[in-house]
Design a protein around this ligand. Sequence first.
Ligand code: C2E
Ligand code: CA
Ligand code: CA
Length: 554
Amino acid sequence: MFDKLMSKEMWGLFEAFSEKENEPANIVELVTRTVPPIARLIGIHHMNLKVDVPRDPVRSRNRFDFTAFDDGIEGKVHLCRTFYTRGNGKVEIFATTDTQEASEDFYRLAKLLFTLCGRVITLNTLDNTVTTDMLTGASNLIGFHKKAGKYCEEGVIDDYALFFTNIKNFKYINQKIGMQSGDDILRGFVKRFIEVFGEAENGIFRLGADNFVLLLKKDQMPDLIRFLKTFDVTLPSGINMHIYFKAGIFLAYNGCDSSDLMNYASTAYAAARAGKSGDFVFFEKSMLEEEIRTKSIMVAFPQAIKQREFCVYYQPKVDAREKKLIGAEALCRWKQEGRIVPPVEFIPAIERFGRIVQLDLYVLDRVCSDIKKWTESGITPPRVSVNISRRDLAEPELAEKINAIADKYGIPHELIEIELTETVGSDEFSMMIKLIGKLKEYGFAIAIDDFGSGYSTLTMLKSIKADIIKLDRAFIKDITPDSVSDKTIIRNVVNMVHELNIHIIAEGVETAEQLEFLIEAGCPVIQGYYFDRPLPKEEFDERLTEPDYYKERN
Ligand code: C2E
Ligand code: CA
Ligand code: CA
């Protein structure tokens, strides 16, 4: 009988299973195509396959139960072979025939079929492994490009929206409830998304950590936004948690490729992360321009620092009662091809790509160098304040670095004031308290910048040992003849700050009226266009050598 099995039909079976070498094959299609001639040859009337094997190592399984051959005759003898695979997989092959005689051939055929099917299953699993995220069972980035790429090629991507999404404060959640539970949240999210939105057309893709990309039909978008806004998980420990998301959304259109989709959705996500326009932000073309600008700054920055393209302007701080210059704030400018670029155009970008500490320390270095020059030429140097970005707080040994720069030029530390803005999270707050503690030990003065602009509170002033607070321009701007309540607030703030033994300075003073009110409210130290704009060093030098400049001006 074995001869029969080596017949040309048998070779057909082999060939069919080894065709399309690189492409995973469809088992049902292969088996139903190749088995009938062989089944007829060895006297089988009916053959059925029941397959239950893992599709990928994490989540899904292949399950089919199908008839490979049926010639309409009812066989008297029932035959069955069962094979097992890894991951609780099982392949059962049933057949009916007329006599036991055929059973040997059936067993050989079954074994061969299982071996061949096994090869296809392994190839398929391998393929799915490459596109599957092993933690959650969602697809991964490769899976995304495969699926989205197919939609783009077929010209149906027009119907889809892409969400680039991330869990808010996931790092903090992980710290609080442990990595294991953090993983449960990620798995729970994938599971629920698939339950609600399905995987046939839509898709969930994990890019790593808590970054997900969700691809779904545009008409389901409101449902998805609602889903993300109301997502709760119950952890195995029984704790129920509400999870907040931020997402960038791109409404795809034909002509995009899968990289465009990712690029545009992640650009929108960057805007959502920056928090300026809410947690769910739709992509707009202008965002790309901002990103291009950030990237070009990122590329130009190292060279610009090296070639000293950044320079320091000094804005005088004036005691309005004495009409005397009592200090200055160092403000950075970028001299780029003859143009003086203001900090709003480059500081946020440098902050975004994490190099602001380099710029801040550079500015401090320049300031110390200038103070040294003033001293050497017989000018009494003023106290100069330098801005230290909130993003610098994570820099290791920041206080030591500041100290080392001042000492390099032999500058008395009381001539340097460090301006810090209020922090947002509790982690940042404790880093800030530590930094302030060290800086004060070194003898530097500490100013809280932009006080009253958002996060700052009077209670926080008790835990922060600041020497000076700078009243934000937003406060001052609103001082008009009939702004009674603003004036009352300022008066109270000034009184309380004085009670805490902290000095106060008002920023952004532009009019005589504002000045008059501030003097009357007990805040005579002023920094603003009323007296001076930020000045290039050469002009500021003149102020230092003309003690009566402000007296003569009025
Ligand atoms: P800031 O620290 O609050 O600095 C004060 C800003 O207010 C300066 O803008 C100054 O020119 C402006 N200003 C002063 N008086 C007036 C006024 O009377 N009216 C108006 N309308 N504006 C006034 P500038 O120089 O453009 O700097 C903007 C911001 O850029 C600064 O705000 C600061 O946050 C940041 N910055 C500047 N230099 C540095 C730096 O070296 N490091 C860091 N981290 N940030 C810097
Ligand atoms: Ca400042
Ligand atoms: Ca300020």
